[in-house]
Design a protein around this ligand. Structure first.
Ligand code: ASC
Length: 150
């Protein structure tokens, strides 16, 4: 009995672990998940970008907090681009599923630049933040140009 319970618990843990990383009940859920993650990321990145361009007053603490959130959330959307999630309420181009390696290169690049931005905000140096915002924004644009409709 004890063995059965621990087996059941281990199975449950495994099920939750894979649910959290890559499985969604419905394709619509995956699409919603990745769009919401990208939205939260953009809101936080955009806050820092507004400071970098002088559109918002520079607040080092808010910049660092926002960049840290963007850096973490940047890891999330990619698990939600699984097979069968190419159709529905999405602007994702079908090429994403035909050129998975290239798409991953874009997402890896963005995550790397976002991490550099988070590091730059920790120094509080506005010039390095500006450079990192431009580099990160460039990776957003490159991927949108290649893989997003309109
Ligand atoms: C943003 C946003 C993007 C990028 C891009 C940078 O804030 O939503 O897609 O920056 O505009 O060129």
């Amino acid at each position: 009995m004890k063995t059965l319970i621990s087996f059941a618990m281990a199975a449950t843990t495994l099920a939750f672990a894979s649910t959290a990383s890559a499985q969604f009940a419905k394709p619509e859920d995956a699409i919603k998940y990745r769009k919401n993650a990208l939205f939260v990321m953009q809101q936080n990145f955009g806050r820092v970008a507004a400071m970098a361009s002088g559109k918002a007053p520079f607040d080092a603490k808010v910049a660092a907090e926002s960049a840290a959130v963007a850096d973490y959330v940047a890891k999330l959307p990619w698990a939600a681009f699984g097979e069968g999630t190419d159709k529905g309420d999405t602007r994702a181009k079908p090429e994403i599923w035909k050129e998975a390696a290239k798409f991953k290169e874009h997402s890896d690049k963005m995550q790397a630049e976002m991490s550099k931005l988070a590091a730059a905000t920790k120094t509080g140096n506005l010039d390095s933040i500006k450079a990192a915002v431009n580099a990160t924004g460039g990776t957003c644009k490159a991927c949108h140009d290649a893989y997003r409709k309109d």
